[in-house]
Design a protein around this ligand. Structure first.
Ligand code: SF4
Length: 353
């Protein structure tokens, strides 16, 4: 009788036949692996692919990132969200360029001190680029192992001790990068959050949740309440230019450009809120206010509905470092949050007149 292949071999065997052909899997360049790993945090593979391709074309090396101004970095990140990731890439690239010969250091202790290099990123870069024997835990891996071990509860890091112990026990002596990617790939394609495909799973033989028939309730679903925010936004137009302003350098969506406006206070109409905000923020009165679109965007903790109004202004807003009048062709020079970017799409498509 053939001896059953252990977990690791089955997983690697499956991965070599089923792994998706993704652009960052065609390289061993630690810089590009680092960029892909940061982009993939909080963002889906399909959303990341075009960003990754654009990024490595524009910034082919760590030095090119270090040399670029932050505004350009943010522009190439625009739409991916969680902009702190882009700022950290920029900061780390500068440090690596200055102190480590423009190459990602192979040293765990140096890497973990760089901005944005948490335990996951350090492990992913070292194992995938250099085949370091390190385990990593991301949402996919956590889910796979929780099911393998039938660990009940939420998918938070309270189970990471047990998960880590399991992973260390099955980590191979070589091909550790493939092993880590195989676990993530299994979580993405087979051991999916909803409706896991256990029938085609290469490691179902040792899966405790599968045996007990409880895989669908592991991990326990979150009952997250999404906050809803309604905002009135002004698209102020003058001589085929549109007014945008820069957000403060600290806090949510820092340093990004947006159309002016603000939250609607209970009891206010959209129009009243807008007139109040424009007077408070910019000291201006606008004319011809006309509602033309509602734009919705989801963030992790809240949903924003932007009620967009177009209007004109006689005078009063100067162009300076944080206030600009922009031609439609020049919007691409200004990094923006996704809600404002959607408004730009409407303007570019000719729907705003
Ligand atoms: S058998 Fe099912 S639940 Fe278990 S690891 Fe495979 S896909 Fe996930």
């Amino acid at each position: 009788m053939t001896k059953a292949l252990p977990f690791t071999q089955k997983l690697l065997f499956w991965y070599r036949r089923n792994a998706r052909d993704l652009p960052w899997r065609r390289t061993k360049d630690p810089y590009k692996i680092w960029i892909s790993e940061i982009m993939l945090q909080q963002t889906t593979v399909n959303a990341v692919i075009p960003y990754y391709k654009r990024w490595v074309k524009e910034f082919p090396s760590i030095q090119s990132v270090a040399d670029a101004p932050l505004q350009k970095i943010l522009r190439f990140w625009q739409g991916l969200g969680y902009y702190q990731r882009a700022r950290n890439i920029h900061k780390s690239a500068k440090t690596i360029s200055k102190n480590y010969f423009r190459r990602i250091p192979r040293d765990l202790n140096i890497l973990k001190k760089l901005p944005g290099f948490g335990a996951y990123t350090v492990g992913a870069v070292l194992s995938i680029a250099f085949d370091y024997p390190m385990t990593i835990i991301d949402a996919n891996i956590r889910r796979v192992v929780m099911r393998q071990l039938a660990i009940k509860g939420r998918a938070d890091n309270s189970h990471d001790g047990k998960i880590s112990l399991f992973l260390k026990g099955v980590l191979p002596g070589e091909h550790c990068g493939d092993f880590n990617q195989a676990l993530m790939e299994l979580g993405a394609l087979v051991c999916r959050n909803k409706e896991p495909l256990c029938s085609v799973c290469p490691v179902k033989g040792g899966c405790a949740a599968y045996k007990k028939g409880i895989q669908e309730i592991i991990p326990q679903p979150k009952n997250r309440r999404i906050k809803e925010i309604d905002v009135s936004v002004a698209v102020i137009k003058r001589n085929n230019r549109y007014f945008i302003q820069k957000r403060p350098s600290r806090g949510l969506l820092a340093d990004l450009w947006e159309f002016p406006g603000g939250k609607i206070i209970p009891g206010e109409t959209q129009k009243q809120a807008l007139e109040r905000e424009l007077l408070e923020e910019l000291g201006i009165r606008v004319y011809g206010l006309r509602h033309f679109a509602d734009v919705q965007h989801f963030y992790t903790q809240f949903r924003v509905k932007l009620h967009v109004w177009i209007c004109g202004v006689a005078s009063g807003i100067p162009s300076d470092k944080t206030h600009r009048w922009v031609r439609p062709d020049d919007f691409s020079k200004y990094p923006m949050p996704s809600g404002s970017a959607k408004i730009v799409d409407l303007i570019s498509s000719g729907k705003v007149r």
